[in-house]
Ligand binder design. Sequence first.
Ligand code: 13P
Length: 252
Amino acid sequence: MSRQKIVAGNWKMNKSLQDAKMLVEMITNQVNDFDEVTKIIIPPFPYLNTISEQLAKKENFFLGAQNCHTNANGAFTGEVSANMLNSVGCHYVLVGHSERRQYFKEKEADFVLKIKEALKNNISPIFCVGETIHERKTDNHFKVITEQLTTVLKEFTVTEFSKFIIAYEPVWAIGTGETATAAQAQEMHAFIRGIITDIYDSAIAGNVSILYGGSCNAQNAQELFACKDVDGGLIGGASLNADDFCKIIFSF
Ligand code: 13P
């Protein structure tokens, strides 16, 4: 996958099926012709199949899932496999999101297995990393991001990594209304590209899309997306409103 401009909407645990369908309709109507940006809709599991059908004929719109299990199938009540996600038309899956780390105690070993399953099923991982406010205030943010990336990426070959998207989501900016400044985002995105250069090489690092997430909205997206190493956004709250999400897409 080559470096792209991407806006992804992570709806988290929000919306009814009826509201979800309407939101997709409103978004696709507004931005369907703007095909220079790859748009990814990441709804809750029960709506994937319906939204997959809605997106099928749209320009440069793709479906993502918020999670997948580490196993292909079996007795794992309540879980969803990458194989199932593929069968309903998913092209992307979030892995390593801070809410999965915090509330579900997922660790690097889980992320590696989930990503392996995703890749086996032709699904690209959107691998999320980010530091807490304590880690930033104690000047440990670069160390934390280095560890989060290297422990997982060392398990993947260049060919496997070429399917990845990286999302930098500072935990202190998620759902708080507080956003990283453009300078802070650019600094960390360039740092992440540097780590990827060290693990693989500069051509690989130059090719990966690195998204910013954390209170990215219709007001600040333009400034964030103007940064050299910011290739787009992983949007939470603002992706639940069609006008806001479309403004973010038009912010490139
Ligand atoms: P907010 O945009 O609501 O801060 O959420 C960001 C996020 O977690 C996207 O995955």
